[in-house]
Design a protein around this ligand. Sequence first.
Ligand code: NAP
Length: 307
Amino acid sequence: MLTNILQVGTFPALMQREVTERVIPWTEQDLAARPELKQQVQGLITRSNIRISEELIRSLPNLRIIASCGVGYDLIPVSFARDRGIVVSNTPEVLNAAVAELCIGMLIGLLRQLHTADQFVRKSLWLKQAYPLTRGLAGKRVGIIGMGRIGKEIGLRLEPFGTTIAYFSRQRKPLPWHYAPSLTELANASDILIAVVPGGAETRHMIDAKILRALGPQGYFVNIARGSVVDEEALLTALETGEIAGAALDVYASEPAINQRFLNLDNVLLSPHAGSATTETRQTMIQLAITNLEAFFATGKILTPVY
Ligand code: NAP
């Protein structure tokens, strides 16, 4: 059993079971009640949707590793940790399929308006009128913003639907899809834009009013990345005024207290940051996060370092 580990944040029951089988974790409440424990903490386990502050890291003078469950690490002050000699690990690859599946599911759900179709049947509106026509996926030009591990899996899954794939990322990839050298160019040439880039300062608001205008009134936007990558005010205005046709969102600027204006829009399909939230994937993610901790304390090496 691993000891001297601080767990930051609450985990779903399935993940917590895995933690308690392999780790005897302290919580932040334990540290508040017994401040002397801060000296003993050598490892930290957390999830990618929980912010780790520099202040917390500074308060743990013997911290050596932060093991995060999730691939994004925009809420961890990574360079601050690195400067203090602290290793940071995440859980890439193992969640690719789950996130890609949710992305495709949300996209089809949005185009076919499954969220309003469900309400249409439940509220017996079907007895009074025909359900309005929706839009199909076949033949659409899909632009993927961020052609990394998950972006590629989304592209591979979209091809059999008869779509044309293009992408924008910092570098061209050895992939058969068209590389757009700018995001504006990608947006201009896409019916659907999918964001799957990391969050953080570099990508903040990269999807703004200009990009949404380029996507146009027949265009759809899917955000499976981070809320910070889109200027949410511009997105809301574009959705409210019909400047774009619709959006499917898994992530938001302020989660879970999302902007209430989204709730009034039928052309938006909402998901509660659930990209990796399947039983199978979350189990694998927490196992990998703990294996990183175990490997680090046994050998000094980890399987999936952030840097
Ligand atoms: P990844 O393999 O690192 O891929 C990220 C891609 O984004 C790379 O293609 C990278 O380009 C590109 N990129 C990075 N900064 C960019 C910039 N400033 N401009 C343009 N492109 C940029 O990461 P991944 O495993 O695919 O995960 C991607 C992100 O998805 C995560 O960071 C996370 O935020 C999000 N995510 C969300 C969920 C969810 O539940 N909704 C779950 C998992 C992940 P280069 O390769 O050219 O450098």
